[in-house]
Design a protein around this ligand. Structure first.
Ligand code: FAD
Length: 438
């Protein structure tokens, strides 16, 4: 605790999740000392800071953002925003990524977050220490390096740590036998910036998630010949003309040809992985016992809290969610844990809760790598956090508008970003598209 008995909280990362954490900690000066937000780059925004370069920054650290030049959001601004800070009214529902960065800067201005962020500071280790009289008998040593001169390292003591380091920067490339024999250009969507360099080329694009589909459309606009290879059932939504679908690539033959699961083959100029990212917490002391395997992170009570170290919070690891409001709900819940308004169950009960939750998901046939995909369950999860923490749930229209956008996206992938939404009240909204069809 700080000298005045207020809790000191460290926040790792100044992306949307870290900014949300800082905003709420600062709103409670009765209980929390001003937070320290560590940010390894020179900017706020994380994912939303477009970086033309690929590879590393000048200081040798790997480029964090996976943003590409022409990206527009896939969630309408009406439900993408934090619930307490809407996007500017004049913007269309699906905005260019530069608008999201501006929005996050406005969030920092509005809630006066800038002075609390230590830029160019990379967290190198987070270690628990037993402290008599500390929050739950615990405290945390956070050691950070000056991002430019790695020799300058500083350690500070905190009552709690919120880990907001993002999960879209360490590319995941599946193990494909013979991959080293591929002779063309091999790339991951993390390094994709724009379609022009691939104009007219033959491309096998592996992965039909949101980025995969979006990039597939960009490539077809520059006449690339795309084979979209994926493990889902064949997509029935209209795809750009000329795009073929194929099952996953299972091996690369000696002459560099790709073989698909159905035995068909292709020898493209480019093999592009849109296969997602690994979770990584390189700074976290091993004894905290947070395991990362096969796209799963556990044990975490309510997908947030390691039961043995309940003053550490790993924010935003759930997938297939609406990120900003999700961060908002998780942060409010964390504050309710720290200020004591929600009393955590015992360590054993939290462990049991995690085990039961995982077992229930497995029983529904959910593979380990999909356990963190909440999808439509996110709304019940958000409501549960609000209920336990005793704070406002999201407005009623939120889930319905978000889920409807998913339906429109699946039905009309080529045009859904031309739709515009209007929220009428807490429950109602309407949509119209630029062709006036709704
Ligand atoms: P990040 O934005 O990744 O921020 C993490 C921050 O932590 C970074 O600034 C990083 O520099 C810092 N950091 C990391 N490690 C350390 C360390 N050791 N020490 C100090 N600082 C550290 N979401 C939407 O809502 N709508 C969309 O349309 C959408 N489109 C997307 C498109 C792409 C291509 C991608 C990759 C993601 C998209 N997302 C979208 C998801 C998006 O990532 C989230 O909305 C959100 O921005 C994630 O915020 P974050 O704070 O968790 O992580």
């Amino acid at each position: 605790m700080s000298g005045l008995g207020k809790l000191r909280v460290a926040v790792i990362g100044a992306g949307a999740a870290g900014l949300c954490a800082a905003r709420h900690l600062l709103s409670r000066p009765d209980t929390f000392a001003p937070p320290v937000v560590y940010e390894l780059t020179k900017n706020i925004g994380g994912t939303w800071v477009y970086e033309e370069r690929v590879g590393s920054y000048d200081n040798g650290l790997p480029i964090h953002s996976s943003m590409y030049r022409d990206l527009r959001t896939n969630i309408p601004k009406e439900v993408m925003s934090f619930p307490d800070f809407p996007f500017a009214k004049h913007l269309p529902s699906f905005v260019h990524h530069t608008e999201v960065r501006k929005y996050l800067e406005q969030y920092c201005d509005h809630f006066r977050l800038w002075d609390h962020i230590q830029f160019g500071t990379s967290v190198a280790s987070v270690t628990p220490v037993d402290v008599k009289g500390g929050w739950n008998g615990l405290a945390w040593n956070v050691t950070s390096n000056d991002g430019i001169n790695h020799s300058k390292s500083t350690t500070e003591r905190f009552d709690a740590v919120m880990v907001c380091n993002g999960h879209f920067y360490d590319p995941y490339i599946p193990a494909i036998p013979g991959l080293e024999k591929f002779k063309g250009m091999l790339m991951h969507s993390h390094d994709y910036r724009s379609a022009e360099p691939l104009a007219g080329k033959s491309v096998v694009l592996l992965g039909a998630g949101l980025s995969g589909l979006d990039i597939c459309m960009e490539l077809s606009n520059v006449d690339a010949k795309v084979i979209l290879s994926h493990g889902q059932r064949p997509l029935t939504c209209p795809l750009p003309s000329g795009v073929q679908q194929a099952p996953p690539v299972t091996s690369v033959l000696d002459d560099g040809t790709l073989e698909f699961k159905n035995g068909e083959r292709a020898k493209p100029e480019v093999f592009l992985f849109c296969t997602g990212y690994n979770f990584t917490f390189p700074f976290l002391d091993k004894k905290v016992g947070v395991n990362v395997q096969d796209h799963h992170v556990w044990p975490l009570y309510k997908f947030l809290i390691p039961p043995a170290y309940p003053s550490l919070f790993i924010v935003g690891i759930c997938r297939a969610i609406c990120p900003f409001p999700h961060f908002h709900m998780q942060t409010k819940f964390i504050l309710s844990v720290l200020d004591g308004s929600f009393r955590l169950p015992s360590r054993e009960d939290m462990e049991k809760d995690v085990e039961l939750d995982i077992a229930a998901r497995r029983a529904r046939g959910i593979a380990t790598r999909h356990i963190l995909k909440l999808d439509s369950e996110q709304w019940a999860y958000n409501d549960e956090l609000a209920h336990l923490g005793g704070f406002e749930p999201l407005p009623r229209y939120w889930s319905n508008l978000y889920e409807s956008n998913k339906v429109f996206r699946a039905r009309d992938m080529l045009n859904y970003k031309t739709y515009n939404y209007t929220v009428l009240d807490n429950m109602e909204w309407k949509v119209h598209d630029l062709h006036g069809q709704h």
